[in-house]
Write a protein that binds this ligand. Structure first.
Ligand code: GLV
Ligand code: MG
Length: 296
């Protein structure tokens, strides 16, 4: 998921050529207060101009503590609702905020002859209240598609004593300082059939560090990650896809188990030294599914 500042037409143009699954045109933290109004116009124009291929077209509006949110939503959806797939709502602290956006979207869709309910919502979890309420947030609306971890705001919100987003805070050497946060978001997402997306890694020139940071959430089961720079795109696509050996093995398990259950009518079989049962099939389906989605 590529982040693109809505105030920068040059970056918006560049984004059209990148191999990403999705992008968001930002009206929030990458846009200065005095540029918010102009950025809305750029975003509407960019969506209506098209040329986005099959990418999921998303806009991040400002959070609900600002004076900008309602105008962001109205401007973007009235201006380009038919060319928009999803809105990202940042700094979500409770289910009421998602429901507010759901209701506003429904009104705008009705008033403008748009299909009601088509535009989805992604909720960013990026402070302590958002995390404490994440289960209710994840169940707040059928429009929800993803929960997105916002590491920078989250680290600030809990007063973490560090300046490097995505890295372990200096002085903490007893495990992963983010494990609880990531797992909580992942559980809420999976329990409600949503995607779990990791947020940005801000040291954009250090692709190896990006890869390590992404690798941790990919290993847990996250579906993808934000990228801030073209140099992070290939690494993200690789890290969230299975490696070739795992993908091939997963397809082999699926074939072997299909044969075992249908032809031999057995629920548990051996594949080499490995015992397979229905749960093995489910695990293989996850890995194969990620590989197929990545075109392997
Ligand atoms: C993203 O919005 C973040 O705060 O990390
Ligand atoms: Mg943020």
């Amino acid at each position: 998921m590529l982040a693109v500042p809505g105030s920068n037409p040059r970056f918006i143009e560049k984004a059209r050529g990148l191999e990403v699954d999705a992008f968001f045109l930002d009206l929030e933290d990458a846009v200065a207060p005095l540029e918010k109004d102009g950025a809305r116009g750029n975003v509407v124009a960019a969506l209506n101009e098209g040329g986005w291929g099959g990418r999921v077209r998303t806009v991040r509006v400002n959070d609900l503590t600002t004076e900008w949110t309602y105008r962001d939503v109205i401007a973007v959806v009235e201006g380009a609702g038919a060319e928009l797939d999803c809105l990202v709502l940042p700094k979500v602290t409770g289910a009421d905020q998602v429901r507010w956006l759901d209701v506003l979207l429904t009104q705008i869709e009705r008033a403008n002859g748009l299909e009601v309910g088509r535009i989805g919502v992604e909720a960013q979890i990026e402070d302590a209240r958002g995390l404490v309420n994440v289960d209710a947030i994840a169940a707040a609306s059928p429009r929800l598609e993803s929960l997105v971890y916002g590491p920078a705001d989250f680290m600030a919100s809990i007063n973490m004593k560090t300046l490097v987003v995505g890295e372990q805070p200096p002085g903490y050497d007893t495990g992963d300082a983010y494990h609880y946060v990531l797992m909580r978001i992942l559980m809420a997402a999976r329990a409600n059939g949503l995607q779990a997306i990791d947020g940005p890694y801000l040291q954009i020139r250090d692709v190896d560090a990006f890869r390590r940071s992404a690798g941790r959430t990919a290993a847990l089961g996250f579906d993808g990650k934000w990228v801030l720079h073209p140099g992070q795109v290939d690494a993200a696509n690789e890290v969230y896809a299975p490696d070739q050996d795992d993908y091939d093995h997963a397809e082999l398990i699926l074939d072997a188990y299909e044969h075992a259950t249908t032809v031999r009518r057995r629920g548990a079989v051996m594949l080499g030294d490995e015992m397979l049962d229905e749960a093995s099939r489910k695990m293989a389906l996850v890995v194969a599914g990620k590989g197929r989605a990545a075109g392997m």
